[in-house]
Design a protein around this ligand. Structure first.
Ligand SMILES: *Cc1c(COP(=O)(O)O)cnc(C)c1O
Length: 422
């Protein structure tokens, strides 16, 4: 099936006379015919649902759909994108271990990696993703266990060279984890370029309507966990009287461990209701992404022509440093998120934003409705102007998430903002 068809049909196949639409299994528990069967479930030797902190039929259908969209062997839904990042790493990284991440990643992920994981004894090195392989190699240590990056990163709208990162990770015997939130599998399937694990904040385009917070982890099934660096996957798990994940689950070892061990213990599993809402978003994902990309491309070119704009970050623009990478990794479009800077700094940017009528000011991106955010006065408010520049954010920078409205109405609104600067 092509991705457009998978969005609608993967994960749920009703039998004769069954509900056409994925049902909401609003149940915490499941009934069994024998205690013997329950014993097998707890030994992980029988398939089936045990308890809705670990799995649920509605959520499972959405997991199978997303696994199909990304081309993985399995997926695990989580209650947020943050929980997906956390669990994707804790599944293979322990206290005393180290991992490497591209420095251009989501701000919430920076906090998680630099502050909270550090408190748990896990160290992270932030690297310039655009550096050459020799320089990047220097960041690896004997205890490095993973490499992390985002397909399209905020606020520079930087495109990651996924194949370069995969080569480096694999040469050092560790997996590459890619946060594919902004691209979605409609625009890029990182597993095809060597990523081993793909995660998402499903809160963004996958949902698209701003109605549920969620995340997902997808396992490619391609990484060999038996190279000596990942005992948690290859040695007996005492919490399941000695099962060995790589022996019992083969290609699905990583994603099975994440579910039956970490999800069991951390309890960050979404409700059936939220999975149902996410599925509605997924059904139209491919159609929406096409329009987001077309609208954003038009807005980026419109902004680039204005003499009130200092710069526009969008990979399809002439002269953008990520243009070649976008042509390779994002041939269908570069998503709906643009950042640009108004000449004259903070006050002029605020004046522009306050004049907008269609675009709403929200702390969110990747919504069907056009929205804007001024990082310097919101998400990065605590930083001085000098610190902002260090973080790649100018005082006049605006992040624009282009929605699905008619392009004429979006451009008219932007013109309204620009005219307020006269
Ligand atoms: C929003 C976001 C996250 C965090 O997701 P939540 O669902 O808000 O927890 C992670 N990565 C990226 C790229 C994001 O945009």
């Amino acid at each position: 099936m092509k991705i457009e068809t998978q969005c609608l049909h993967a994960g749920y196949e009703p039998g004769n006379g069954e509900t056409r639409v994925l049902p909401i299994y609003q149940s915490t528990t499941y009934k069994y015919d024998s205690t013997e069967h329950v014993g097998k479930l707890f030994d992980l030797t029988a398939d089936g649902h045990m308890y809705s902190r670990i799995s649920n039929p509605t959520v499972a259908a959405v997991e199978q759909k997303i696994a199909a969209l990304e081309g993985g062997v399995g997926a695990l839904c989580t209650t947020s994108g943050q929980a997906a990042s956390l669990i994707s790493l804790l599944n293979i990284v322990n206290a005393g271990d180290h991992f490497i991440t591209a420095s251009t990643i989501y701000g919430g992920t920076v906090n998680l990696f630099a502050v909270t994981l550090k408190r748990l004894g896990i160290e992270c090195t932030f690297v310039d993703a655009d550096a050459d392989e020799e320089d990047l190699q220097k960041a690896f240590r004997p205890n490095t266990k993973a490499v992390f990056g985002e397909t399209i990163a905020n606020p520079a709208i930087a495109v990651l060279d996924i194949e370069k990162f995969a080569r480096l990770a694999h040469r050092n015997g560790v997996p590459l984890i890619i946060d594919n939130t902004f691209a979605t599998p409609v625009l890029c399937r990182p597993i095809e370029f060597g990523a081993d694990i793909v995660i998402h904040s499903t809160t963004k385009y996958m949902d698209g309507h701003a109605i549920q917070v969620g995340g997902v982890i997808v396992d490619s099934g391609n990484f060999d966990w038996t190279n000596g660096k990942f005992p948690g996957l290859c040695e007996p798990d005492a919490s399941y009287h000695g099962i060995v994940y790589t022996k019992q689950f083969g290609k699905a070892a990583y994603i099975t461990k994440a579910r039956v061990q970490l999800m069991r213990d951390f309890g960050a599993y979404p409700s059936a209701q939220d999975a149902f809402l996410l599925n509605l978003g997924l059904e139209t994902l491919s159609v929406r992404m096409e329009r987001h990309c077309a609208n954003a491309d038009a807005v980026a070119h419109f902004l680039a022509k204005s003499d009130k704009i200092e710069f526009v970050n969008y990979p399809t623009l002439d002269g953008n440093p990520y243009r070649a990478l976008a042509q390779k990794y994002l041939p269908r479009g570069a998503s709906g998120v643009i950042s640009f800077s108004i000449k004259g700094g903070r006050e002029r940017a605020i004046k522009f934003m306050d004049a907008l009528e269609l675009a709403s000011i929200v702390v969110h991106v990747a919504d069907i409705r056009t929205c804007v955010l001024h990082p310097a006065s919101s998400t990065h408010r605590q930083l001085t102007d000098e610190q902002l520049v260090g973080a790649g954010i100018t005082p006049g920078m605006i992040r624009l998430s282009v929605g699905l409205e008619h392009i004429d109405d979006i451009l008219a609104d932007i013109q309204r903002g620009l005219s307020a600067l006269d």
